[in-house]
Design a protein around this ligand. Structure first.
Ligand code: VG1
Ligand code: CO
Length: 895
């Protein structure tokens, strides 16, 4: 079979990507043979169903009097947006026009019925009206006879579904006698089963004038004598439901029936498939080589369908989905595939970033803010900082309704679905959706695809976080220069707009245009991969200054492929990301978002403990979470009620709330949880209170920094945060500039310095990497035997290891336990070495070794990190036996 790549490339001009039909079969394609030929209820061939908006679906609801048509009608129109056409009301007002209101009422109350041809003509006219045609319609209470059904069909009325609600005679009388209608709202109540709760409403409800017993009996008899014939006339599209069921059960069945009709109308096809191995999401979504996606067209389809299968159907059907990516190779083609699968799964609207581009933080902003958080989630096409292009990586992740990356419960459910999948749903034929024209609306199988501005919502959030005037004033200073590097990822789009608004000249933006292959670069903003920017800032790849530093700009910053990471540089000065978040915490009052006070901070476990020092000083709680941004989101929304006991414990632990379950040898009790509480699930977002810890600041050593304004890390936010801090340190426009270096050095002088470095061993054989972790685990027992703190400990190189832990985390918000997040070695002098396996790679394993040493002696604060970390690096090597076990003599990347 052709590769997806060829398929997709070709599809742009000739072949449609979904033209393959080998294993596909349509859902209910045949219409009833009893129908007159001109009633085109069901698509019988692959008619184009993409492009212009199609007329809405028509649904007929008939049934025994008092079977619950009124209640169901209201719910149906509410859910599907259909125009509700109640025949009785329509006839009443048409007759009133013809013969006068009172005469019409008398006529009908006497049990008379308007002639069929009259009713059919007004119904047909109404259903042909523009609102009914565009929104779809629900015809309630008609046709009652075969003759009426035939006349209606002859008048061109073609429903997609006919639902009959049947109630046995024994129940009709009871329901009718208690039935009351509110003349103001039209709502139907029942005195026994559903009385009006409001006294005012109770006083004004009335029984219907035609609800007299003998008239009802006549109507029931008339209905019974024709019901079967009407149903047979509509054949396959008719559904008979039992009116004695609860209204919720009836509605569920009604919904299934209408959803199926919509599927037929919109050309939804089921494509048979089988599970494909290895679709487990890592730290941040599913990342694979492009060739994996391109080599099998079912790969993407299986995965996307599994996302929809794992989500609650009520969320997906009729919901709004955000879609975009970092613009990498396959992005545009994958978008179209996903739009079709989303359409087939009943998504009503897709908001797609213009050109298919949406930076990860922008996605989070759109989900949370656009139309007051209407979207139920987002599919983000990114492999973040991994290289792109045909030989690079492709990735896909899912963010939930709060704009945060999906938590493990959901990603596990998606994985489970990928292992069981037997079919995926899609929409075939017709043109692709327009994803390029801003504001364009196109339709794919009844799903509206709207092209949104990729920056608008995001920039609006940023404007709320910062004082743009102060930043603009800093940028205007003649003695302040900056340069931004977008690394040809999605960040350039937002930076151009936002930094432009702040007055930065476009010449200060490097690599700001997104490219499918990132210009052949590795879009990871670190000292090694952002080499151009790094040398321009007067630095070498180890972070030491070069002679170029003298003429370097005062501020340099870069963002990664999907613009959630950031690197901050000063003139000849590298800001370690662990320090960056600590400096922001200590200077948080420079950032309006955190005023009057920052309420909580968090770092991922391998990130240095510099943040805690600042938090301690500020007297705010700090958290330690596993690697990956998803764990921060729950903390931001956490509402904590402190019991007295917890409060004391809290104080006892020096104001540090580290929620981790440590497997510290055998004698450590699992569950070091100090307190916890739940965010009430399912509350509408607007009524959810801001968490106890918002505003919240968090960061990761991997160039990730962010806050509670969204639920993703945010590259541009970090840049603006740093500009705010610099601006605050330079209140006088004429005094010499206090730059990045001065700010960070002052921070070290105050809090001490956490020397920090990460050594990555990339492309290691998976089994060998596991062997390293296993070897490290073998030290647990030995250390326990020798005694940790106070005992002899274990000596590696020259350092004494006094503490070991395999990091696991109990989420204080949902109490979920997440294990296996890395092994921590603590040394007697406060040094730390952390070992973990990467969860974002696409081939082989990446072993990460994180080194940290704390220093307070002034004279030592400025020394090169590599020197300060030499001992702990040697100890880490000896403890892990990396060189022996993996055959790698040295790390591939040091940051
Ligand atoms: C890496 C980083 C982690 C980060 C993740 C996603 O994960 O270490 O801190 O959250 O990437 O960042 P791992 O499992 O490879 O160590 V991004 O910019 O790729 O969304
Ligand atoms: Co990223």
């Amino acid at each position: 079979m052709k590769s997806l790549l060829l398929f997709l490339a070709a599809s742009a001009t000739t072949v449609h990507p979904w033209a393959f039909t080998g294993s596909s079969f349509a859902v209910r394609r045949s219409a009833s043979t009893r129908l007159p030929p001109h009633v085109g209820l069901v698509r019988t061939s692959a008619a184009p169903i993409v492009g212009e908006k199609q007329p809405g679906l028509g649904v007929i609801l008939v049934g025994t009097p008092a079977a619950g048509k009124g209640t169901q009608s209201a719910r149906i129109s509410d859910r599907y947006g259909f125009v509700h056409v109640a025949v009785d009301d329509l006839v009443r007002s048409a007759l009133a026009l013809k013969m006068g209101g009172r005469e019409a009422k008398q006529f009908l109350d006497a049990g008379n019925q308007a002639p069929d041809d009259f009713v059919v003509s007004i119904v047909a006219k109404k259903l042909a009206s523009a609102p009914c045609q565009t929104r779809g319609w629900l015809l309630d209470g008609f046709p009652r006879t075969l003759a009426q059904a035939e006349a209606l069909a002859a008048a061109g009325v073609a429903p997609g579904r006919v639902i009959s609600l049947d109630l046995p005679d024994s129940q009709v009388a009871g329901r009718v006698s208690g039935r009351r209608r509110d003349p103001l709202t039209g709502f139907i109540y029942h005195l026994d089963t559903d009385p009006p709760l409001d006294a005012e409403v109770a006083a004004r409800v009335m029984s219907r004038s035609d609800d007299k017993a003998e008239l009802v009996a006549a109507r029931v008899a008339q209905y019974r004598s024709h019901a079967q014939a009407v149903r047979s006339f509509y054949g396959d599209i008719a559904t008979l439901l039992d009116g004695t069921w609860s209204r919720n059960d009836v509605f569920e069945a009604v919904r299934d029936s209408i959803d199926a009709a919509l599927d037929v109308k919109h050309g939804v096809v089921k494509v048979a498939t089988t599970p494909i191995e290895g679709m487990k999401m890592g730290t941040s979504g599913l990342r694979k080589k492009c060739s994996v996606f391109a080599g099998n067209e079912r790969y993407l389809c299986n995965f996307v369908q599994s996302i929809f299968d794992a989500l609650p159907r009520s969320q997906v059907r009729g919901g709004t989905l955000v879609l975009g990516g970092d613009g990498r190779h396959l992005n545009r083609e994958a978008l179209q595939v996903i739009i079709r699968i989303a359409a087939a799964n009943g998504v009503a609207r897709v908001w797609v970033g213009q050109g298919g581009i949406l930076a990860t933080p922008a996605v989070s902003a759109v989900v949370r803010e656009r139309e007051r958080g209407k979207a139920f989630g987002a599919i983000v096409l990114t492999a973040s900082h991994n290289p792109g292009g045909p030989d690079g990586d492709f990735g896909i992740k899912y963010n939930t309704e709060d704009g945060a990356p999906a938590m493990e419960a959901l990603t596990d459910a998606v994985y489970e679905a990928t292992t069981e999948i037997e079919r995926y749903l899609t929409v075939e034929g017709g043109p692709d959706a327009d994803v390029d024209t801003l504001g364009a609306r196109s339709y794919v199988g009844g799903t509206e695809v709207v092209v949104i501005d990729p920056v608008e919502d995001y920039a609006a959030v940023l404007r709320k976080c910062f004082n743009f005037k102060k930043i603009a004033a800093l940028l205007k200073r003649p003695d302040f220069t900056m340069v931004f590097d977008g690394m040809h990822g999605a960040g350039g789009v937002a930076a151009r707009r936002v930094l432009g608004e702040l007055g930065l000249d476009a010449s200060c933006l490097l690599n700001a245009a997104p490219l499918p292959d990132f210009g052949g670069l590795h879009p990871d903003p670190n000292l090694v991969y952002a080499a151009g920017l790094v040398s321009r800032m007067g630095l070498d790849s180890s972070g030491s200054p070069t002679p170029a530093a003298a003429n370097a700009p005062d501020f340099g910053a870069a963002t990664d492929g999907d613009a959630d990471r950031n690197m901050i540089l000063g003139k000849g000065f590298f800001v370690n990301p662990s320090d960056s978040v600590a400096v922001l915490a200590a200077n948080h009052l420079a950032i309006p978002q955190f005023c009057p006070k920052l309420r909580g901070v968090a770092r991922s476990m391998p990130t240095s403990r510099a943040l805690e020092k600042a938090a301690l000083d500020l007297d705010i709680d700090s958290f330690e979470t596993p690697t990956g941004w998803k764990f921060f989101g729950n903390l931001m929304e956490l509402e904590v009620r402190l019991s007295f006991l917890c409060a004391s414990l809290h104080r006892l632990f020096a104001r540090r709330a580290i929620f981790c379950v440590c497997f510290l040898f055998d004698n450590c009790p699992p569950g070091e949880k100090l307190w916890g509480s739940r965010v009430v699930p399912g509350l509408p977002r607007a009524s959810r209170q801001e968490g106890r810890y918002t505003p919240f600041l968090c960061g990761e050593e991997s160039f990730g920094t962010g806050a509670s304004h969204i639920r993703e890390k945010d590259g541009l936010w970090a840049i603006l945060a740093w500009l705010s801090v610099i601006a605050a340190h330079n209140p006088s426009p004429t005094a010499p500039l206090v730059g990045v270096r001065e700010i960070v050095e002052a921070h070290w002088a105050r809090f001490g310095r956490h020397f920090y470095s990460r050594h990555d061993y990339e492309g290691v054989d998976g089994a060998k990497a596991e062997a390293v972790m296993e070897h490290l685990r073998s030290h647990f027992a030995e250390l326990a035997q020798r005694g940790a703190v106070g005992g002899r400990g274990l000596t590696f190189a020259e350092l004494r290891c006094v503490n070991m832990e395999e990091f696991a985390y109990e989420d204080p918000a949902d109490e979920s336990l997440s294990v296996g997040h890395g092994i921590i070695l603590g040394f007697a002098g406060g040094e730390r070495a952390v070992f973990r396996l990467s969860g974002t790679g696409s081939a082989g394993a990446t072993l990460r070794v994180y080194l940290e040493a704390y220093e307070t002696r002034r004279a030592k604060l400025g020394m090169p990190a590599a020197d300060a970390l030499a001992k702990v690096a040697a100890a880490a090597l000896e403890a892990s036996r990396i060189a022996n076990l993996t055959g790698c003599a040295a790390p591939t990347v040091i940051t």
